[in-house]
Design a protein around this ligand. Sequence first.
Ligand SMILES: Cc1cc2nc3c(=O)[nH]c(=O)nc-3n(C[C@H](O)[C@H](O)[C@H](O)COP(=O)(O)OP(=O)(O)OC[C@H]3O[C@@H](n4cnc5c(N)ncnc54)[C@H](O)[C@@H]3O)c2cc1C
Length: 376
Amino acid sequence: MTDTFDTIIIGSGVIGLSAAHHLSKRGLKVLVLEKNFPGSGSTTRCIGGIRQQFSTEASIKLMQESMKQFQQMEEEFGFSVEFYQGGYLFLAYSQVNLDSFKTVARLQKSLGLDIRILSIQECLEIVPCLNPENLLGGVYSPDDGQAYPFKVIAGYIQEIRKTQSVIRSFVEVTEMIVEGERIMGVILKGGEKIFGDTVINAAGPWAGEVSQMAGVELPIFPEKHEALITDRQERLFETMIVDYRPDGCYFQQLINGQIIGCYTPIPNQPGTDTGSSKEFLIEMSKRTIRLIPELNRAKVLRHWGGSYSMTPDGSPIVDKTDIAGYYVAAGMSGHGFMFSPAIGKYISDIIIDNQYPFDWDEFKLKRNFSQSELMK
Ligand SMILES: Cc1cc2nc3c(=O)[nH]c(=O)nc-3n(C[C@H](O)[C@H](O)[C@H](O)COP(=O)(O)OP(=O)(O)OC[C@H]3O[C@@H](n4cnc5c(N)ncnc54)[C@H](O)[C@@H]3O)c2cc1C
């Protein structure tokens, strides 16, 4: 391949594609390299939740930008990405939990979010079929919601194809060419060399091992998560329901009526295995029915595994590195789908304008990783 590109992106998940879209919109010629096919990593295994309810100013601002872009996608792409603002309801089963929601709500409201602390009765008004056993209350944002990951990436691909940028599938980057302290390009499996002075690592759960090719260590570790989807149900509720108990779960009803959801396994399961387990199928079904007993008639159509790419503090790394021209947009810690529109825009701004959009300390590579996002 003799063509030259302004930026090479490793990985065509939703992060790499959003970055390619935003860089292309700003006139750059981008090459996206994908070892499998677009979305085949975590992106099409995700359940499509989108929320602004985070516990830090930087994450909330990031999500406010993402939300703005999700709202505009139908017009931009010319088709619906099934974006729907049905809300997000976090349930509280302990006073500690409820108090921490109240504390975080003060910050969220100060940044302009519509956040409502709910009594048990008010939770039942939002989700009438909710089992209130042991419930103390909740926190609800009506503006949060969902979109369909397959359609979002289809939109990005469509827009990228209208530009001079290129997406190549089934090509694996096996080496990065680094001379002195500067990136010079990448080498594909089979030996093809592609030269370029700007490379973004958007390799999702594989970002850590990809970064080692440039000699840059990243604190990013893949963790297995599973999800399931049921057949279509009559409309039962509009909001994502999040139960943070150690044996809790989170799920939502898609606009076509299907219920889609998952839980965070304890202990965490390291790795990129995408298998689906009988244990998850049984547990997730029990946990869902505990919250919405009416779902005992739902039939599970499919269940699958995928990866979260975790950082020690649960916030992504979106930054330049000590290798000039080598950037990272990874470690999404379970929020990469909802973060992707903003991260695509902001990594473009960082590369082109050499400027962070706002106080970016939370997303820098060199940061104190001891703080933790409360609403993980
Ligand atoms: C069960 C589950 C539920 C989830 N639910 C949500 C949710 O509700 N909301 C939300 O926001 N997020 C959710 N997520 C997280 C979300 O899916 C991820 O954060 C997001 O998809 C990350 O996108 P990415 O582009 O960084 O990674 P990926 O989609 O994994 O893309 C990385 C790509 O890089 C490619 N690649 C890797 N190495 C190389 C190489 N050497 N050469 C070329 N290509 C390479 C891979 O093949 C892959 O396609 C969920 C995840 C899971 C597993």
